[in-house]
Design a protein around this ligand. Structure first.
Ligand SMILES: Nc1ncnc2c1ncn2[C@@H]1O[C@H](COP(=O)(O)OP(=O)(O)OP(=O)(O)O)[C@@H](O)[C@H]1O
Length: 288
């Protein structure tokens, strides 16, 4: 009976809020390019814009979202997978108001989660997604089956790179793979982080876009660039969220422009599409 009531409530809310739910995956070819700090600060800015944001820490075995938010969550995805907790019980509310689903650091087995368990996590999200406007998925760095699948299931994927040639090369690689598999209208875009040279960032975007167009006939979006800001490193060291404490810092100003560009991209169709895409398109990737 209670289940029936919950179900009809869910359907009611779904009907009322069917168009403005977006899933945005954030990924990178190389580690250490600023992906997690980008995710957390983006969440804060989107929240300031009035969006109700949830972060899924999908960097399953090397989770960092809790560290950037300076939180010590009690439960994490491991508790969900072992059946000890349900999805509602593992959502952690940070002091910044941002809610997140923590992964579990140091559990190697989580890095190569079998497809069934990845599906289980994503299916569990169905019970809570109606409460949010935006879900940000912080994936792990690099090319793995679960990263590609999280990206393909999203409405938008943001690839974060730095101007460092190895980071650029790795971001080409991940953009190429995602574009190849992207048969739907998932919007793929690039952010160049830690650059003091806007022209250089645009050159990196143009070069990436040209390669992708050549290989897959598709284009990628340019969401913008973020300057190197010593305050960001300080915020990580001293465990505060930069965009909250220093909204006028270089990093915060640039990220606000990037956040608007991401929101202004293609509007998602129906929120239900996320789940349909997961169920229909969760694929076994074969890398050549
Ligand atoms: N715009 C920036 N200006 C200055 N430093 C930055 C900037 N962005 C990120 N950093 C620095 O880069 C480091 C790595 O950031 P972060 O942990 O967010 O990267 P990541 O890509 O998520 O790493 P991993 O792949 O290991 O999870 C941080 O210590 C931070 O100080």
């Amino acid at each position: 009976m209670m289940r029936d009531q919950a179900e009809s409530l869910r359907n009611m809310v779904k009907k009322n809020r069917s168009v403005d739910f977006q899933v945005i995956s954030i990924t990178s070819g190389k580690g250490g390019v600023g992906k997690t700090s980008f995710t957390v600060n983006l969440a804060y800015i989107l929240q300031k814009m009035g969006k109700n944001v949830l972060i899924l820490d999908a960097d399953l075995a090397l989770a960092n979202v809790d560290i950037v938010l300076n939180e010590k969550p009690k439960y994490n995805l491991l508790h969900l997978l072992t059946g000890e907790k349900n999805i509602n019980e593992i959502i952690w509310s940070s002091k910044y108001g941002i809610k997140f689903i923590p992964a579990a650091s140091g559990f190697e087995e989580l890095a190569n989660l079998p497809k069934e368990q990845q599906m289980f996590i994503l299916n569990s999200l169905q019970d809570i997604y109606y409460s949010f406007d935006i879900m940000l998925i912080d994936t792990s760095a690099g090319i793995s089956e679960s990263v590609i699948n999280f990206c393909l299931a999203a409405d938008k994927t943001v690839v974060v790179t730095t101007p460092d040639p190895t980071a650029v090369a790795d971001s080409y690689a991940i953009c190429r793979i995602i574009s190849n598999y992207n048969t739907g209208n998932m919007e793929l875009g690039l952010v160049v982080n830690m650059t003091d040279n806007e022209k250089e960032a645009e050159r990196i975007y143009n070069a990436t876009n040209n390669v992708i167009r050549k290989f897959s006939g598709k284009t990628i979006k340019y969401y913008g660039c973020i300057r190197k800001d010593e305050k960001l490193s300080k915020s990580i060291r001293e465990r505060f969220v930069l965009t909250s404490r220093y909204p006028n810092s270089k990093y915060s100003q640039d990220l606000e422009i990037v956040a608007k560009a991401i929101l202004e991209g293609n509007l998602p169709e129906k929120k239900e599409n996320f789940w349909r895409r997961i169920l229909n398109n969760w694929i076994n990737l074969k890398f050549d």
